[in-house]
Design a binder for this molecule. Structure first.
Ligand code: NAD
Length: 491
């Protein structure tokens, strides 16, 4: 911190930005301004890249089993400071302390998995691909790589990328969300304590101009992005135009199907957690519930009860299930979309607009909302709301339900609730989404599996996490060798 401003972490030092442009970082529950974040100019991105490029020359030579020693220390420090980081997440992002703790668990998991790099980044080889000729494939790091991350998981999402980038021998620059920049300040403080060489991991704060400087920088080889679909498309096309490898995760509109044989009690709790957890600001939030046949009445009744019994409030207070949404604009947008749904003929059987929480009257709270009889093809059925709003539709059979799933533009996640194995297999086979949940509401892949969005939810071919990460952060080099016997000396 410097005069109430956050700093960048460049070449191993916390460094003030030269910018005059700062944004307030605001606690969304209290409206208190916590600090200010700099919108770093282009030349500061360039400085970070120059340091990263210089550091890369040494870092790539550090044996992978030595590189991961920094990650082991990092993991221990993250565990030790887990609550402190989680509290920071709640302060700037609004989600509850329990949600913030859980998010960090999922982030740390990636640090653990990246510690397996010495075996995961091995190449392969064949002797005698022709007589006396051998061929080997070696994986080499790319060089300087960058990630640009969203507001809704300030702790977890940067960790989808950084551990793998570092472990594979790249140097890494993070541009975290300017709306929630404090969490990564804490995390980079811990990273610095591991003794990681200067320039290997750097943090630059900023907005669109900072992102553009990253995209256009000729030395940066690869960009990972997570955020809205419009920006994901922009990043993907710009990265390609500037010759970079890119993986861009976008927005979502996740459908869940409830069959009549579903266990209603379990389904209620799981769907409510998915739709209303993190105030619906999750790319894996259930957004549309499609009931099939006789599931409609019991599921609707159960969901109304679940929505009405969720306690909304300040995420650091005891007993609160759901915090505020991120900004006043988000609240206005979400409430406007609820009205749009009603105007299109939906019935707000639970209406969470106009929520005010005692003691936090200035906070941006929207309570759980359920829109019934949403029509497939209507605007509300197609638009990502990114708030605690569950739209409900009803169909006659599983084929019609799968048609609803597959008619959507996004393909981040689709879930099915049933006790039938045959229905589950059919759904798994036919649903056009990259993350599938069966009797699960947030099908978030573990770190050792790829985070597989499809369609408008992902632009690229190698996803974040798992083996895809290793492919993304390495170039393959193939060596074909001939060492004729005649050249052997007699020893
Ligand atoms: P956002 O797209 O507004 O911002 C994401 C990042 O892009 C930020 O770092 C921001 O500074 C930068 N950015 C914003 N506008 C830009 C522009 N015009 N040009 C260049 N850079 C720009 O997203 P957000 O509001 O922070 O996050 C919410 C969105 O992220 C939702 O759509 C959600 O579904 C999506 N999301 C997707 C996943 C996933 O895994 N697919 C995960 C989390 C969030």
């Amino acid at each position: 911190m410097n005069n109430g401003h956050l700093n960048n972490f460049i070449n191993g030092q916390w460094t003030p930005s030269s910018t005059k442009d700062f944004l307030d970082v605001v606690n969304p529950a209290t409206m208190e301004t916590i600090t200010q974040v700099p919108l770093s100019p282009r030349d500061e991105v360039d400085q970070a890249v120059q340091h990263a490029a210089a550091a890369f020359k040494e870092w790539r030579q550090v044996p992978s089993n030595e590189r991961i020693q920094y990650l082991f220390k990092f993991k221990a420090l993250l565990d030790e400071h887990h609550d402190e980081i989680a509290k920071t997440i709640t302060l700037e992002c609004g989600k509850t302390f329990a949600e913030a703790r859980a998010e960090l668990v999922r982030g740390i998991e990636n640090v653990e998995v990246a510690c397996g790099i010495p075996i995961m980044m091995q190449g392969y080889n064949n002797e005698d691909i022709a007589r006396g000729i051998d061929e080997i494939m070696i994986r080499q790091p790319l060089g300087v790589v960058a990630a640009i991350t969203p507001f809704n998981f300030p702790g977890m999402i940067p960790l989808w990328f950084m551990p793998y980038a570092l472990a594979t021998g790249n140097t890494f620059i993070l541009k975290s969300s300017e709306r929630v920049p404090m969490t990564m300040q804490k995390v980079f403080d811990l990273l610095a304590k591991t003794g990681l060489p200067n320039g290997v991991a750097q943090l630059i704060n900023g907005g669109k101009d900072t992102v553009d400087a990253i995209l256009e920088h000729p030395t940066i080889r690869a960009v990972s992005f997570v955020g809205s679909t419009a920006v994901a498309k922009y990043i993907y096309s710009q990265a390609a135009a500037y010759g970079k490898r890119a993986q861009c995760q976008g927005g979502a509109k996740n459908p869940i199907i409830v069959l009549p044989d579903a266990d209603m009690e379990a389904t209620r709790n799981i769907v409510a957690d998915s739709a209303f957890g993190c105030a619906g600001q999750r790319c894996l939030a259930a957004s549309i519930a499609v009931t099939v046949g006789d599931a409609k009445a019991p599921f609707t009744e159960a969901m109304v009860d679940a929505a009405q019994s969720r306690k909304v409030g300040y995420g650091l207070d005891e007993g609160v299930d759901m915090g505020p949404v991120i900004t006043a604009e988000s609240k206005t947008r979400i409430e406007g979309l609820i009205q749009k749904g009603i105007d299109e003929g939906a019935n707000a059987i639970v209406d969470g607009r106009g929520t005010s929480v005692s003691g936090y009257e200035n906070g941006h709270f929207v309570s759980p909302t359920i829109l019934q009889d949403v029509q497939p093809g209507s605007d509300i059925a197609k638009t990502e709301i990114f708030g605690p709003v569950l739209s409900m539709m009803h169909v006659n059979n599983i084929d019609e339900a799968i048609d609803v799933v597959n008619s959507g533009a996004y393909g981040n996640m689709a879930c099915l609730f049933t006790q039938s194995g045959a229905a589950a297999r059919k759904f798994r086979y036919e649903a056009e989404a990259g993350n599938i949940g069966i009797n699960l509401g947030v099908a978030a892949p573990m770190a050792f599996f790829p985070f597989s969005g499809w369609k408008e939810s992902f632009f690229g071919d190698l996803h974040g996490q798992g083996w895809d990460s290793i492919e993304f952060y390495t170039d393959k080099k193939v060596v074909v060798e001939r060492w004729p016997k005649e050249w052997s000396r007699k020893f």
